[in-house]
Design a protein around this ligand. Structure first.
Ligand code: BES
Ligand code: MN
Ligand code: ZN
Length: 494
């Protein structure tokens, strides 16, 4: 893992490998830094930038060597756009610049005026340095040192801002690692063990409870038991909790879909649809990382994460279309399609969460291909039974520079889930597949008297796994999406 350092001296004197500066403007590119450039540097750059036709497009990079007035071996000029501002271009630019910097130490001096800007630079830089090397036999990559310069005044305590950014970014990286880990190695029990290890290392800040397959059967968790029964590797529900000292704080339950591999079960997916399905536990990874980060940051909010872990396999004991299972809250469900497994494990997790009487429930899931069709691969959908909570999530996602958009839960579509034999079917017809999945989950956001608990549902099927090239601060593979949004949301409740 890289480390983030607050640059205390002036950036021209920094004598590491790569110094990152910004370029901005429409047409005539201007070099900008977090503080004034030395005269000789400004003069040199002003003369070479037009010659090289340096791009100011956000995240485009141009590398220079032998720049007068700075001690770094080389300078990466990163596009910041036409200067429209905000944290999003800074986050992308910082990530792209660190990736372009290659090996060795890197320092960034980019203009920003507030804590949000500095946070975006620091988190973006850490994110851009991410590499998943766990399965490479060659020696792991070096631990890079990333220095972030800030001109923010003492009252903004830039050092603390950067330390917080490192905590967030390290946990985002953990979520990515979990997603990227090969599915023969990451399965319900091994995922559970990683969480137990992290909790053990937290010196009492985090507590873990594990419901193993026997406990799930005994506890009446028919949804996750049904999904898990086709695999030789049994399911788990892991409860990961953090509570601050003060008990008079809001209590948020986070529920994560943790399908460590989704073959579709006996309604098996075509192989092309299965290639990325190790990432079907990205919701649980995001929830785990969020709870750990909340504890490390000491947020004044009680958070309980429910990780619904199962492998959806077509083994000899796999569930069938037509099966009827009884969920934790007593609801009977007719199985229509064994590939609609996510909502089954989540519904049991939500029912369990509801039993502890939280103020709100937020679930995170790679739930439907339909959501990717609707919003594309970079935007997650937000649904829920409470307009204020749903809006709070979209606002938090904007603050975290994670794109999201609200989707409706139309009451009209609910009849599509009517079952002739059970209380409810888990799947409707093809149209509005993201919405009917949400409508199914809504049935489980209830307390024991049947009252709705404020609930939001994040369908991250698109942005949780980047099948394309890295862009901005986002790597190929697991992205860790939703950790930033959830932390921003929890912070806003504090
Ligand atoms: N894990 C998939 C959803 C998914 C698709 C995630 C693409 C990421 C990328 C989910 O379990 C699934 O198979 N959903 C089905 C639902 C259908 C059977 C109602 C889908 O989207 O086709
Ligand atoms: Mn599926
Ligand atoms: Zn799935």
């Amino acid at each position: 893992m890289p480390s983030l350092i607050h640059g205390s001296r002036s950036f021209p004197a920094w004598s590491g490998r790569t110094l990152v500066l910004g370029v901005t403007g429409a047409g005539d590119a201007t070099v900008v830094a977090g503080a004034d450039l030395p005269k000789a540097t400004a003069k040199h750059l002003a003369s070479v930038v037009p010659v090289l036709e340096v791009s100011t497009k956000v995240g485009d990079t141009t590398t220079l060597a032998a720049v007068p007035g700075v001690s770094a071996d080389k300078v990466v000029l990163v596009g910041l756009g036409e200067g429209e501002g905000g944290s999003d271009p800074l986050r992308r630019a910082a990530g792209a610049a660190v990736r372009a910097a290659g090996k060795g130490s890197v320092a960034l001096s980019l203009p920003h005026t507030d804590e949000a800007g500095l946070t975006a630079i620091a988190e973006g830089a850490f994110s851009g340095a991410y590499a998943f090397t766990a399965h490479k036999s060659a020696a792991p990559t070096e631990d890079r040192e990333i220095t972030v310069f800030s001109e923010l005044g003492r009252k903004d305590s830039p050092k603390d801002v950067i330390a917080r950014a490192e905590t967030v970014a390290r946990n985002v990286a953990w979520a990515r690692d979990l997603v990227n880990t090969a599915p023969n190695l990451l399965y319900p029990q091994s995922f559970t063990e990683q969480v137990q290890q992290v909790a053990k290392a937290s010196s009492g800040k985090l507590t873990v409870e594990v419901l193993d397959d026997e406990a799930l059967v005994a506890g009446g968790f028919g949804g996750i038991v049904g999904v898990g029964q086709g695999s030789s590797r049994p399911p788990r529900i892991v409860t990961l909790s953090y509570a601050p000292r003060s008990k008079k704080v809001p209590h948020v339950a986070l529920v994560g879909k943790g399908i460590t591999f989704d073959t579709g079960g006996v309604c098996i997916k075509p192989s092309a649809g299965m290639t990325t399905m190790k990432s079907d536990m990205a919701g649980a990874a995001a929830v785990a990382a969020t709870v750990v980060a909340a504890a490390e940051l000491g947020l004044p909010i009680a958070v309980t994460g429910y990780l619904c872990l199962a492998e959806n396999m077509p083994g000899g004991n796999a569930q069938r279309p037509g099966d009827v299972v009884t969920m934790r809250n007593g609801t009977t469900v007719e199985i229509i399609d064994t590939d609609a497994e996510g909502r089954m494990v989540l519904a049991d997790g939500m029912a369990l969460a509801a039993e502890s009487g939280p103020d709100q429930i937020v679930d995170v899931a790679t739930l439907t291909g339909a959501c990717v069709v609707a919003l594309g691969p970079k935007i997650f959908g937000v649904m829920g039974n409470d307009d204020a909570l749903r809006t709070a999530i979209t606002v938090a996602s904007e603050r975290a520079d994670e794109a999201s958009w609200p989707l409706p839960l139309p009451a009209d579509l609910r009849s599509g889930l009517d079952s002739a034999v059970a209380d409810i079917a888990h799947k409707g017809d093809r149209w509005g597949g993201a919405l009917t999945a949400g409508l199914f989950l809504q049935e489980f956001a209830k307390d024991s008297s049947g009252e709705q608990i404020p609930w939001a549902h994040l369908d991250i099927a698109g942005p949780s796994f980047n099948e394309g090239s890295p862009w901005g601060h986002v790597p190929k593979g697991g992205t860790g999406v939703a950790v930033g949004t959830l932390l921003a949301h929890l912070t806003s409740l504090a």
